[in-house]
Ligand binder design. Structure first.
Ligand code: GLA
Length: 736
């Protein structure tokens, strides 16, 4: 017989977590249960009689929290020969037989690890956020792991990481050091993963996980996201849809090599182990040094992908993304308008065009620097951050003056982590470059990566930004690029080369920390030859990211759709360019679904096109707060329908914007049926009218009709998209 004692004392956050002691009348063993509860879910951990802590439940919160301990008995699976299949952090070398979360070699050369529960503590950070620390220890070795869970109650988001330390008589080698080790029971598991390359970022693939291990990882060093982004989804039982099904959204918040193993074990359970990629990176941990892993973040939704994505958006805006609830600047970028070919006069004209167009900032892209090896192409000059005297004889300060005269702000492109071999920087500091001393150099976009493990290089990179701001305090924006991966990983100064990849990322974060300590708010775009670098660790320092160099509006509909599952629209920088063949209206409408910018030759725009853009920027001003801060609903999927449709609704459900696009040009393709709207108040009445019309065209939408929210979500609304109306933006307003 088991006697259950539950601590239900009304502590302020006892709804988040409680500890109950299960005392068997027969044995002295004390089982500890730790339910980690968020608004809708519970992740419940429990010790066994040997104090091994395992996951006994992860799913929808039960109304009776005493019932979590009855869950395991409902599963009649094959035996667990290890007793640690469901471990919260699987150690290796002792009884474990599957993929471990941690593998070590102790100071005495022994390879075994066992981790037992010691205690746990809960700290309430505020009314929504709490931090749970669970202390684990090896019973034989003085080796400890603290599992940290930062719990965001309202958003159903958990950030998990671990801190590893020891007090052994010598160094311990960490061969694997995951951030988190989840355990799910779902019968079938459907993984949505992403892959990509330059201009092809965020391509989704869904597959049923089979027994064994599926690994998602990066070994690129920098721009880890290029071939395989760290974010993914797993649906339990059957593939989740926008509004139905249980689905986990997750990703490692880390800008370097990552590795996520998804293992369906012989009992049919899913183990997810994620952390820094241990590839070429055994870590030597000194006594009393603490190794802190990056955050693995996740949210579980039992109401499909839409809810999971909105949870992440809310969490990101409130807690992660820099200035997530702030404003963003519309801009004109000169990259595609001029590439490297510009001078002061040309830029002066572009500054005037910035004003004429009606955007807030001019962004000067690549090509403004370097003298001995001028940056007139991507083959030279990178690293030499002095204004090119030929192109800019009067320096950046004169451009800032010009910008002021045109009443626009000014921003600039940098790529401070990189160097061209043809540069003064390389000549002066060959030892600052990542390369193998005895092997030929190998280039990615004709460049090499600077060795950020070296504190001198960290100072240099910080100095690039600090000098720009010190000399030009009016500078209002930075586009921070990163166009190469790491080949020949080696540092000329690092003592332990096995630490290279880890120290590189630490160095990068040190620089970004220092920049943000001095310049806390200045907007910075995270760019990496497109979307090669976006993750939630980097986004703590950046206000937005560049999803792809591919700005073909048709491609962008698909790409932005996928990014929108994980990142809020306010963080997604979209520029109108000449990549695609679509009319300017189509291109602008697509770019408006996030943070709007332009990269076109304004002076070459036809009169009506210019007028359209000017009006569109005004319209954007009117609806941008709903796009940035509202709730996002994916209504019609471009991959399965002729029409893509995306809706943003403000918090109090009084206004919304729907973006609709024809994505199929076969004969007769159109929005033949109404599209069901979501997120509106069924009891409110609404009017819908079309905005962003091209000059001289009329809308086919009757603006005077009133519809109830109930009608719009039950019957739907037809945006009337067809080959004559390929892009339609509708504004929804509550009818008073
Ligand atoms: C990368 C960026 C582009 C542009 C170029 C400049 O490719 O993604 O937007 O800034 O570099 O070289």
């Amino acid at each position: 017989m088991i006697k259950i004692r539950i601590n239900t004392k009304p502590l302020p956050y006892c709804f988040l977590l409680f500890v109950s002691a299960f005392i068997s009348t027969k044995s002295v063993a004390q089982l500890v249960v730790i339910p980690i509860e968020t608004q809708h879910n519970a992740l419940v951990l429990q010790t066994d009689t040997n104090k091994h802590l395992g996951t006994i439940y992860f799913g929808k919160k039960l109304s009776k929290s005493t019932e979590y301990t009855k869950v395991s008995a409902q599963f009649k699976q094959t035996p667990d020969y290890t007793g640690v299949l469901n471990s919260v952090y699987t150690p290796s070398g002792s009884r474990n037989l599957l993929e471990p979360a941690i593998t070590v070699t102790h100071a005495d050369g022994n390879n075994s690890l066992d981790l037992k529960y010691v205690k746990h503590e809960l700290k309430n950070i505020n009314s929504n956020v709490s931090l749970l620390s669970i202390f684990l220890k090896d019973p034989i070795y003085n080796f400890k792991v603290t599992l940290q869970y930062k719990i965001y109650f309202k958003e159903d988001v958990i950030e998990q990481w671990s801190a590893i330390s020891h007090g052994e008589k010598g160094n311990v080698t960490l061969h694997k050091y995951a951030s988190a080790n989840l355990y799910l029971k779902g019968g079938n598991y459907y993984l949505t993963q992403y892959h990509g390359d330059w201009a092809k970022e965020m391509q989704p693939e869904e597959s049923k996980l089979t027994h064994g291990i599926k690994t998602l990882d990066s070994k690129l060093g920098t721009r880890a996201d290029l071939f395989q982004p760290p974010v993914f989804m797993v649906s339990l039982n059957k593939p989740a849809t926008e509004d139905e099904g249980t689905v986990l959204f997750a990703g490692l918040a880390y800008s370097g090599n990552f590795r996520t193993d998804l293992e369906v074990d012989y009992q049919d359970n899913l183990r997810i182990i994620s952390g820094i990629n241990n590839y070429a990176s055994p870590y030597t941990l000194k006594p009393n040094e603490e190794f802190t892993t990056p955050v693995f973040l996740y949210t579980l939704s039992t109401q499909g992908k839409g809810a999971a994505s909105r949870n992440l958006h809310n969490w990101a805006r409130d807690y992660k993304l820099l200035d997530g609830n702030g404003s963003r600047l519309t801009l004109l970028n000169n990259w595609e308008a001029t590439y490297f070919d510009f001078n002061e006069n040309k830029l002066a004209r572009l500054l005037k065009d910035t004003k004429k167009l009606g955007v807030e900032l001019f962004l000067l892209d690549d090509g403004w620097f370097a003298n001995k090896y001028p940056r007139n192409g991507d083959v030279a000059g990178l690293g030499d951050w002095q204004e090119n005297k030929k192109k800019l004889p009067n320096g950046i300060s004169s451009l800032l003056k010009e910008a002021r005269q045109n009443q626009v702000k000014f921003g600039i492109w940098i790529e401070p982590e990189m160097v061209n071999p043809k540069s003064e920087l390389y000549e002066k500091h060959p030892d600052w470059v990542v390369k193998q001393p005895n092997r030929p150099e190998h280039y990615f976009r004709n460049q090499l990566v600077l060795d950020l493990t070296n504190p001198k290089v960290q100072d240099f990179v910080y100095g690039v930004v600090d000098d720009l701001f010190t000399k030009n305090p009016e500078l209002a924006y930075i586009k921070w690029d990163c166009n190469a991966v790491i080949y020949n990983a080696h540092s000329a100064t690092l003592k332990n080369q096995d630490h290279f990849y880890i120290e590189y990322v630490r160095g990068l974060y040190k620089v970004l920390e220092k920049i943000r300590a001095k310049y806390p708010k200045v907007p910075m775009m995270l760019c990496s030859g497109g979307g090669g670098r976006v993750d939630y660790a980097a986004l703590q320092y950046f206000t937005e990211f560049w999803p792809s160099d591919n700005t073909d509006a048709m491609e962008r509909i698909f790409m932005q759709w996928e990014y929108s599952y994980f990142y809020p629209s306010i963080a997604t920088a979209n520029h109108v360019t000449d990549w695609g063949k679509q009319p300017i209206k189509f291109r602008t409408d697509v770019a408006m679904m996030g943070k709007l910018g332009f990269d076109i030759v304004v002076s070459e725009l036809a009169e009506k096109d210019l007028k359209f853009c000017q009006e569109a920027i005004k319209n954007y001003d009117d609806v941008k707060s709903t796009i940035w801060a509202g709730n996002q609903y994916r209504l019609s999927d471009p991959r399965t329908a002729n029409v893509a449709s995306m809706l943003y609704v403000n918090e109090d459900k009084t206004t919304g914007v729907i973006f609709n696009y024809l994505v199929n040009n076969r004969y007769g393709a159109n929005s033949s049926s109404p599209i069901l709207l979501k997120g509106l108040d069924p009891s409110k009445n609404y009017r819908i009218h079309e905005i962003n019309l091209y000059p001289g065209t009329n809308s086919t939408i009757k603006a005077d009709q009133v519809y109830s929210g109930d009608f719009l979500s039950t019957v739907g609304f037809n945006p009337d998209v067809n080959s004559g109306r390929t892009s339609v933006i509708l504004k929804i307003e509550q009818a008073k």
